[in-house]
Ligand binder design. Structure first.
Ligand code: ZN
Length: 427
């Protein structure tokens, strides 16, 4: 049981540094850490971790072990210059439990700037919200991890368990950054990932696969269109078939615990389409970029086999003549996960959440990808994906609630102190 005095002392330390915490978050949002362009943002994180007195491990994520892992997502970018940063605290007397505080540094593309009310990289704070691409997803959480750690020390406590603060790449496209951190040997008794989760705990989430379908046509002049074969028309056949598969997968939701009450847990997204070379040539090619979701317990290989069958079926028997459709996985190849209820970590988070929010912790199922799958499925570690209230992540005018950041930081700092144990340096 956490005493009120203990909780208040830690909360006060968070409050004291909160302005500085917001400044760092603004600074980090201003660095557009799009995929394969994360290094300047990682420099800032490394600098902050050094100031906290942590031992720094910064490494390029590529390794044969990573590429051979069943949870590896095939990558289309060069990994030789992309780094993870981990800051480690090792107590003098190691008697407590260990913890990983994880966050991802990468952000998704900001889209057309004219749809934002101001620059996505100008993290304005207005009416209790911080705006900007990545403000919610998840730079507020990533900086909150660092300040939660700092607050424990500032409150006059010395942690007695090992802590790893992780800033990883590749969460928005493959999940290979967190996987690389796990494979590097960073294991722990529990993990917190401070993603924007509406002040709640993620109970379960979907797996995600990314792939490209390339449809091949036969180009001709439109005056003899009947002799050609239109790859763009054929891509519609593929899309229709995939929508049918999506409906079928959604109809299986009652077989999946934690998904039965969601309206539409499985979402297939056609995230990109490109094809043809000239308005007056029947297109010779069309490429579709697709994201699909799967239930936990379905391996990526099993899902992939169904997708291949579906697309090949459409190519053979659509309303058009048979055509060639080539499938290539090129991103997430990830199974979902369930956080089994009843862990010590979850029980403690219930307590620290109550202390910070004066309300009960709720849990929910999310139909989006989370790196939690790495630590649960391959590290067998209770993983708490828990973080602030946000709006419009991956959209325009993305924003995160300032008061929610404050309370989540208090809850996480109190968790850290209670989980790892502390020595009171003022006693
Ligand atoms: Zn995220």
């Amino acid at each position: 049981m956490i005493s009120k005095e203990f909780a208040d002392r830690i909360a006060a330390a968070v409050d004291e540094q909160f302005e500085r915490q917001l400044e760092r978050t603004v600074e980090l949002v201003a660095l557009p850490s799009l995929r394969a362009d994360e290094e300047p943002a990682q420099d800032l994180v490394e600098r902050e971790m050094r100031e906290l007195g942590l031992d720094i491990d910064r490494w390029t994520i590529d390794s044969p072990e990573l590429r051979a892992h069943p949870g590896f997502g095939p990558s289309t970018v060069d990994y030789t210059k992309m780094t993870n940063v981990v800051g480690t605290y090792a107590p003098v007397k190691n008697v407590g439990k260990s913890l990983v505080l994880n966050g991802h540094i990468d952000v998704v593309p900001e889209g057309p700037h004219e749809q934002w009310s101001r620059s996505p990289w100008d993290a304005e704070i207005r009416d209790g919200w911080m705006y900007g691409r990545g403000a919610g997803d998840m730079k507020a959480g990533l900086i909150a991890n660092l300040f939660a750690f700092d607050a424990v020390k500032r409150a006059g406590f010395e942690l007695t368990g090992r802590v790893h603060l992780q800033s990883v790449v590749e969460e928005e496209c493959t999940g290979n950054g967190s996987l690389a951190a796990l494979l590097r040997g960073y294991t722990s008794d529990a993990v917190i990932i401070s993603e924007p989760e509406e002040d709640a705990l993620v109970r379960a989430n979907v797996g995600v696969l990314w792939f490209t379908v390339r449809v091949t046509g036969r180009p001709t002049h439109p005056r003899e269109m009947a002799n050609g074969f239109n790859a763009i028309d054929a891509a519609y056949e593929v899309m229709r078939a995939l929508r049918t598969l999506e409906t079928e997968w959604n109809s299986r939701k009652s077989q999946h615990r934690y998904f039965e009450d969601l309206d539409h847990p499985i979402n297939f997204n056609f995230g990109g389409i490109q094809g043809g070379d000239w308005p007056s040539s029947v297109p010779a090619w069309c490429e579709l970029r697709v994201r699909v979701a799967t239930y936990p317990g379905t391996t990526a290989d099993e899902a992939w086999a169904e997708i291949v069958r579906c697309v090949e079926g459409a190519a053979r028997s659509g309303s058009s003549p048979a055509f060639e459709a080539q499938l290539t996985p090129d991103g997430f190849y990830a199974e979902g996960y369930v956080l089994e209820p009843g862990s010590d970590a979850e029980r403690l988070l219930e307590e620290t959440h109550r202390a910070a929010f004066s309300s009960e912790l709720t849990s929910f199922t999310t139909p989006g990808y989370l790196d939690g799958r790495v630590f649960v499925n391959y590290g067998n570690t209770p993983t708490l994906v828990y973080g602030p209230v946000s709006e419009a992540i991956h959209g325009f005018d993305e924003r995160v609630s300032i008061e929610s950041i404050r309370k989540c930081t208090k809850s996480m700092a109190l968790f850290l102190a209670s989980w790892c144990g502390v020595k009171d340096t003022r006693a």
